[in-house]
Design a protein around this ligand. Structure first.
Ligand SMILES: O=P(O)(O)OC[C@@]1(O)O[C@H](CO)[C@@H](O)[C@@H]1O
Ligand SMILES: [Mg+2]
Ligand SMILES: [Mg+2]
Length: 283
């Protein structure tokens, strides 16, 4: 049977590796920092340049494919996940880390058809770790198979989360309330890589038992969601229902028991969905 998407996945790996080289070179220069939704939601010309390089390279090979790119959406492109083959791109996940030279910076490229992720590529470009997954064919890091942690007890676990870029005191109170509840289970520790994609690859690698967050976007999650599930992990909404790529809410865990326990401790809220502005979106 013809393997429809292997050529596209091979291109994604090559594009992510090339983008990582651009990121590493940019780290040697001064970076002009701009802001988006708030004074702590950063973007640089490197984010924009890398996204355009990836999108242009894909358009040359797959001219009918669609795109959801973080910086294209920021510039006004619609954020619509259709049934069409769609490349879901975060050119730099961890821009704040990139600006501060904190060494966790990822290029994330997900690919969906019929709203289902067919492959995911996350390149941690300062670690030179290429995380990949193809639906139904497992997850890998630099070609080595990945498997989530076999830890069953949350009290023997490390949990990853992030603080996001929303500084609204009411939102911050919810974030810290959830954090306190989970820390006081107690768990062994809480960790933040500063990038959702790498946090989720740490779940897939068995380095942390779970990651949860409210507020990130589809481009942070798409590729890594498949890397987690193909490593034997589970994905869930923060209130325990099914994971929804466009909801800006996720629990990614090594097993359902730990995911459900985390869900029970989170003070949930619902940010505006990524597809909220899409034509025909539910109000
Ligand atoms: O804007 P970026 O760098 O692409 O992504 C922002 C981000 O790093 O910030 C959040 C942590 O607060 C993560 O969920 C997300 O991955
Ligand atoms: Mg991101
Ligand atoms: Mg980004």
């Amino acid at each position: 049977m013809t393997d429809l998407w292997q050529d596209a996945m091979d291109h994604a790996v090559s594009a992510a590796r090339g983008a990582g080289q651009v990121v590493r070179e940019a780290l040697l220069e001064d970076r002009m920092v701009m802001v988006k939704s708030s004074s702590v939601d950063l973007v640089t010309q490197t984010d924009q340049k890398v996204e355009q390089l990836i999108i242009q390279s894909v358009k040359e090979k797959f001219p009918t494919h669609r795109f959801i790119g973080e910086e294209s959406v920021a510039a006004g492109e619609p954020c619509v996940l259709s049934d069409e083959p769609t490349w879901i791109i975060d050119p730099i996940d961890g821009t704040t880390n990139f600006v501060h030279r904190f060494p966790f910076v990822a290029v994330s490229i997900g690919f969906s058809v019929n709203k289902q992720v067919e492959f995911g590529v996350v390149y941690s470009c300062l670690e030179d770790k290429m995380f990949t997954a193809r639906r139904g064919r497992g997850s890998f890091c630099n070609g080595d198979p990945l498997q989530v942690s076999d830890q069953k007890a949350i009290k023997q676990s490390i949990i990853a989360t992030e603080f996001g870029s929303d500084r609204d005191p009411e939102v911050v109170d919810k974030i810290f309330s959830s954090l306190r509840n989970i820390l006081c289970i107690p768990v062994h520790g809480i960790r933040s890589a500063g990038t959702a994609a790498i946090n989720m690859c740490l779940v897939a690698s068995g380095c942390v038992e779970a990651y949860y967050e409210i507020g990130m976007h589809v481009w942070d999650l798409a590729a890594a969601s498949l890397i987690v599930s193909e490593a034997g992990g589970v994905l869930m909404d923060v209130e325990g229902g099914p994971f929804d790529l466009m909801s800006r809410r996720v629990i990614a865990a090594n097993n359902r028991t730990i995911a459900e326990r985390i869900s029970g401790e989170i003070q949930a809220y619902a940010p505006a969905r990524d597809d909220a502005a899409a034509p025909g979106a539910d109000p």
